[in-house]
Ligand binder design. Sequence first.
Ligand code: AMP
Ligand code: ZN
Length: 472
Amino acid sequence: MIFYNFLTRRKERFKPIKSGRVGLYTCGPTVYDYVHIGNLRTYVFEDILRRALEFSGYKVKQVTNLTDIDDKIIKRANEEKTDYKSIGSKYSKLFFDDLKKLNIKKADVYPKATDYIGEMLKLVGKLDKKGYAYKGEDGSIYYRISQFKNYGKLSKLKKREIKIGAMTSSDEYKKEEAQDFVLWKAKKPKEPFWPSVYGDGRPGWHIECSAMSMKNLGEQFDIHAGAVDLVFPHHENEIAQSEGATGKKFVNFFLEGEHLLINGQKMSKSLHNIYRLADLEKRGLDPLAFRYLILSTHYRAKLNFTWESVNAAQNALRNLHLSVLRVAAETGLKKENHPENKADRVRRSVSYGESGKIAYKAGELFKKAIDDDLGTPAALSMAWEVINNGKISPKDKMKMILKFDEVLGLGLGGIIKEYGKTPVKIKQLIDEREKSRANKQFIQADSLRKKIEQLGYTVEDTAQGPLAVRKI
Ligand code: AMP
Ligand code: ZN
């Protein structure tokens, strides 16, 4: 596999530290509000990354943190007249609901910052011992950037540029240098705090990710991912803290996804230009249509969100689902080897002969697209090519499509299984409609079709007979 490594700004061949295994850390949300679809673009990209690694046979350990203590959470807790814990659990749950709707696989560990305070303090202790930490005038502990000679190696910012960037900070005078960042914030009135040898306080944001990633994945691990806004200062500071403390290279690959834009601007809470997944659903859009939209753009390209584009993605996804059902129908819907019963067990090998050969080739091209820095647009078109290729048998098509969906996660296996679970009531209405049609009672047939639609299904007439498809 080849990934664009942000550390070197080049595409590099991926090699894990331990053969066959990958340690993957993906920065998670600050749980003080709903996530927006910009955040979700990043989580989908990271899900594709994880699935692609698994598709290549790696055993992946993915760790995604939940930042459950920070200024915004404390503010929200005060607004909602509750504490940071209930804010954290409320918004974590909503975050997980959105992930599920987007077919994002669960990470292996979701560490919460407040469960790792001890680890964070240990790290601050190590930095202190090596001269990387000092106490500011306000009693907080800061990281001394001038001590870390590789500072800027990820963001490629020169020290002078960093200084200018940080100059606006109002608490500058408390630190030795403007760009130094906080490791441990001294307690403030009416804020939650933890006791420590550095005084009562709470952790800075950056130290959280260094502590939680190294505790779960080791001092050195393979891949760290996020979106480009995290490159500086967050990921840069994580490197400074981790490498400062251990003296070892922290992470081999940094993968940074581009933003979701709206009207050409980054979607973000501070610009008040956000949509949530629920806003899409209110407009009758399936969350997976948004996933499809994301896949149709490479993760390192900016993606401008418009209702037209997400509607077009919904149509494309709907066509894909329908095509898959048609292929399933062609493999013999009524037989016991019906794919709806076999979707999970389906053998991954294709048949001998011309169909198998072409399908196999398509599989190789799909893998090549994904292995080349997660080329999802090309991978998606391979899925369409397989479906539309008249030389591939329906059975081989089915096998390939289900295999591709292990990476794409567009619910293609699910749609077949779901088809098997079409409610009896819908099946009866469809049969009645068929009879009416056969008797040329077209008005009645039409009203039956409407009834079916009211129940959330549409009827698609195919060469193999009518198909009931859940509306998306
Ligand atoms: P936050 O809750 O702001 O820390 O963001 C959570 C994740 O979403 C981080 O990885 C951010 O980099 C990412 N993110 C924030 N805004 C966008 C956006 N407009 N497009 C893509 N990713 C974003
Ligand atoms: Zn982080």
